[in-house]
Design a protein around this ligand. Structure first.
Ligand code: CMC
Length: 431
């Protein structure tokens, strides 16, 4: 007798049954393995939105949504936020362990020497309309990296996969800054290899030919921290997209470009841009009550952006950290933004409102991040691009893990067909 725990599913309508194994990870609830269900019973499962479905095994990130816990490779996000850097966190996500000093120096050196974008990619930008959304330019430019490096990469080769990871993490800030500069008609900046990752990005964003740029250590630290908090979040919509595209054998640039487009939606990473627009629309603290009222009205499409999460039914631990840093960063930068007062009032009003309490809707990572980006002079349309720079570390870590997993198959969900029954073609003159 096997000591593997199982769940038995009996279909009395056709007298067929399936003994479904229960799978356990290191942490978290057990999962019913339904792999044999169709073979045993002739049934599929139906779970739109994947509320009860684990799509993969993964050793990268763990979330306990009830307790508000987030771990990268076992390390609590609070500890990484306090002690790590974005690049070290990216190394951790990719490799599973924190680097030794030597390993980190090599990683940083590799990243630093892959930051340039191909000169032809610069010409590619000229095809965009001047007011194209930076996320559209980012997705297209990252997809176009396939055109520069396609023949170079064998997705079954571990060294090639690693090189793709380095290239993507290195080039993303360069491309992101180019998206911003193109939209305002500034000349592109080459990456300065004497600067660290975040400073280099800020330099490419804000340096102008006419005067020297003084980089702010407060701004760099704040951005680095935001990048750590956004670096991964297990099987969210964009990471699942990267994995689905990756499961076809597509190259990593095409897979990550798909992740970028998935991130763009306001229900996902696009929420940070939507939050700021919402706060601006609300305008003053005295209008908060009516915004909360609208958010509860089922006949109104308005939702409180930056509130709610599929997994967190408690405070999003990232939101807690960002909330605290918002006060600190604005104070240190000497910025007095009235939108912070609106945000604080909105949070307070929602957290004591029955509608939000009953549904366990708490502020998520995007609620306060926009106020910090704004204080760093990053334009609203670039907020989701910031998210994408950071999440690239997680996406590529998942893409690599997927390719290291033996027996992986193409992702291919099933459906419940609700269309017409079989019928015969009718000639045009008879319709
Ligand atoms: N404002 C008002 N009502 C809400 C909100 C909100 N922000 N979020 C959820 N609800 C309600 C929803 O109407 C539903 O009510 P009912 O049970 O009466 O039908 C209930 O709460 C459950 O919501 P759901 O849409 O079934 O939940 P979901 O897990 O499918 O969606 C979500 C999660 C994040 C898409 C959603 O909460 C939302 O749209 N939030 C606003 C957008 C946002 O901030 N997105 C960023 C997510 S965090 C960053 C990231 O990782 O992407």
């Amino acid at each position: 007798m096997s000591d593997t725990k199982t769940v038995k599913l009996v279909d009395e309508s056709n007298n067929r049954s399936s003994e479904l194994p229960l799978l356990s990870g290191t942490l978290g609830p057990a999962c019913v393995d339904i792999g044999n269900l169709y073979k045993d019973t002739g049934h599929f499962t139906y779970d739109p939105g994947y509320g009860s479905t684990a799509s993969t095994k993964s050793a990268i990130t763990y979330i306990d949504g009830d307790q508000g816990v987030l771990l990268y490779r076992g390390y609590p996000i609070e500890q990484l936020a306090e002690k790590s850097s974005f690049l070290e966190t990216a190394y951790l996500l990719l490799n599973g362990e924190l680097p030794s000093k030597g390993e980190f120096a090599k990683f940083e050196d590799d990243i630093t020497h892959h930051t340039m974008m191909h000169e032809s990619l610069k010409d590619f930008f000229k095809g965009f309309h001047h007011d194209a959304h930076p996320m559209a330019m980012l997705a297209a430019s990252v997809a176009s990296l396939s055109a520069f490096y396609h023949d170079d990469i064998d997705v079954d080769n571990a060294d090639d996969r690693k090189l793709a990871a380095i290239r993507l993490i290195a080039k993303m800030p360069t491309i992101a800054a180019a998206c911003f500069r193109y939209s305002i008609g500034w000349p592109f900046r080459y990456p300065r290899n004497n600067l660290e990752y975040v400073d280099r990005f800020l330099h490419m964003m804000f340096e102008v030919p006419s005067e020297p740029l003084t980089l702010s250590p407060v701004a760099a630290k704040a951005l680095d921290l935001l990048f750590i908090l956004h670096a991964d979040h297990e099987q969210n919509a964009s990471t699942s997209t990267v994995r689905l595209v990756g499961s076809t054998g597509a190259n990593p640039y095409a897979s990550i470009a798909a992740g970028i487009t998935a991130l763009w939606g306001p229900a996902h990473g696009g929420a940070n841009e939507a939050v700021l627009k919402m706060l601006e629309e609300i305008g003053t603290a005295d209008k908060v009550e009516s915004a909360v009222k609208r958010a509860k009205d089922k006949n109104d499409n308005f939702r409180l952006m930056g509130f709610g999460h599929r997994v967190y039914k408690n405070f999003d631990p990232r939101a807690k950290i960002i909330r605290e840093m918002t006060h600190k960063v604005l104070g240190e930068l000497g910025v007095n933004d009235p939108l912070l007062e609106v945000a604080l009032k909105l949070e307070e009003a929602a957290l004591k409102d029955d509608y939000f309490v009953e549904r366990k809707l708490y502020p998520n990572v995007d609620f306060y991040s926009g106020i910090i980006y704004k204080a760093l002079n990053i334009p609203t349309e670039m907020f989701t691009v910031m998210f994408a720079i950071a999440r690239t570390a997680g996406w590529i870590a998942h893409w690599i893990e997927q390719h290291e997993t033996p027996g992986a198959r193409i992702g291919r969900p099933r459906q419940i067909y609700t269309g017409a029954d079989v019928r015969n073609y009718v000639a045009a003159d008879k319709r």
